[in-house]
Design a protein around this ligand. Structure first.
Ligand code: SAJ
Length: 409
């Protein structure tokens, strides 16, 4: 077999390519972004992730190559991004379509093309298969298509790449089994084989399940607030039941996946969905709820000056540097409407200033902020808990011990 070509070296493609290369597979990683490829060729990583530096070293020792142009081979994995369009709540499959199209133009006859990028169910039938037809290629003979949706969680990607089970959807058992042997080079989990459409749907269903579970936790937080009860204690108790596993409330659901994928089901089955849509509404309303709680706490403590308020955390969750759909950004958008200027913002994971009011200086942030809203529970926060002493805190991530001036969601 020829080299395995990983097309798209972002959050999924890079760790995946490195993992194959570290486990004896000959890999070329391709990305059209020359700067990104140059950085990797300079032996520098392009984002922060636990365990990635060590994996990078192993992959380099295993001979991984990086290229800014597509080379001809007989096996490809497509890991290009699928940008989210807020206005119509859809993801854009154009990069997947463009990548597959370029691959079909140059690949060996009989090549296998696996799409890992998340696509909305039906995308491969509707938009990818026709590309082969347009190019006069017979699927199943000239080229083989498959879908192996990625499942790794940012913050624990390297561990999950090795240990999660996987799904491979293909048109034939034989091709699915061949692809399974590629992934078996590093994957210790079960690798389940199915058809392409079921693989597409399973990915969206997994993320939707998590969205609904978090929405339930967020709704419980509001009920507990009204009743003067501790939602974390309540969830802790309920979760002792062997068949209950409620997730944690938070300031909203961010990231490129969980807040996006349920919309595909809403869009495709508007006459059927109820809880899926309700969960989206509950989670999308959480940044507003946090703003409302901020207002209450400021009034209660006589804080009138917004420059005495600090927001800790800009990323969509702890210990990642990804800002996509982050609850903090959603709050800032809503603040803009009310002309709230002068608020202090700090995030140790975001090393360049991305929004007004952001500082890189933690000491300055702490000094200026009398009232701090904790929106992300980075390890940095846990290591610096004593710096928050004597502050009024709205702790949306349940990091701090309960106290007189520590408010929870
Ligand atoms: N969140 C809560 N409460 C929780 C857990 C999460 O409010 O108890 C929030 C987070 O703070 C964050 C959002 O939800 O804003 C999403 O974070 P996450 O850690 O739940 O998930 P992602 O988006 O980082 O990764 C998910 C994972 N999907 C599932 O667990 C079903 C991952 O396995 C997928 O690979 C990834 O989506 C993806 O790429 O689809």
């Amino acid at each position: 077999m020829g080299k395995l070509n990983i097309v798209g070296l972002g959050y999924i493609g890079l760790p995946t390519g490195l993992m194959f290369a570290a486990n004896g597979i000959e890999v070329v990683g391709t990305d059209l972004n020359k700067k990104l490829v140059d950085t990797l060729n300079d032996r520098k990583l392009t984002f922060e992730e636990k365990g990635l530096p060590e994996l990078f070293e192993k992959a380099l020792a295993g001979g991984i190559e990086f290229s800014d142009s597509l080379i001809k081979t007989d096996r490809y994995i497509i890991t290009v991004p699928t940008p989210y369009i807020k206005e119509n709540k859809k993801i854009e499959a154009k990069y997947v379509i463009a990548a597959v199209s370029q691959v079909f133009d140059i690949c060996e006859k009989g090549a296998v093309v696996v799409i890992e990028s998340t696509v909305s169910p039906g995308t491969i039938d509707k938009f990818v298969r026709p590309i082969a037809e347009e190019k006069g290629l017979a699927i199943g003979k000239d080229v083989h298509l498959a879908h192996a949706p990625e499942r790794i969680i940012p913050g624990n990607m390297v561990f999950e790449l090795e240990n999660n089970s996987r799904t491979i959807g293909a048109d034939s058992q034989e091709i699915a089994e061949e692809i399974r042997t590629w992934y078996k080079s590093f994957c210790k989990g079960d690798i389940v084989l199915t058809d392409i459409k079921t693989a597409e749907m399973s990915k969206v269903v997994e993320n939707t399940f998590r969205d609904i579970n978090i929405a339930f936790a967020n709704e419980l937080a509001k009920i507990c607030d009204r009743e003067g009860m501790n939602v974390y204690e309540l969830i802790g108790i309920a979760n002792k039941h062997p068949r209950v596993n409620i997730l944690q409330p938070g300031p909203g659901v961010g990231g490129h996946c969980i807040s996006v994928d349920p919309w595909f089901l809403v869009g495709d089955y508007p006459d059927i969905v109820n809880i899926i849509l309700a969960a989206r509404h509950v989670n999308d309303a959480m940044p507003d709820y946090v703003i409302q709680r901020m207002g209450e706490i400021m009034r209660e403590n006589g804080i009138n000056d917004i420059s005495e308020v600090g927001l800790y955390g800009l990323t969509y969750k702890e210990n990642v540097d990804d800002l996509r759909e982050s609850p903090t950004l959603q709050m800032l958008e809503r603040f803009d409407k009310y002309f709230v200027k002068g608020i202090n913002i700090f995030d140790p994971m975001v090393r360049d200033n991305r929004v007004d009011g952001q500082t890189q200086d933690f000491d300055e942030f702490i000094k200026k902020s009398k009232f701090i809203v904790v929106l992300v529970g980075h390890n940095h926060l846990k290591e610096n808990e004593e710096r928050f002493k004597n502050k009024i805190i709205l702790d949306t991530r349940n990091i701090f011990e309960a106290g007189e001036k520590v408010y929870k969601l």
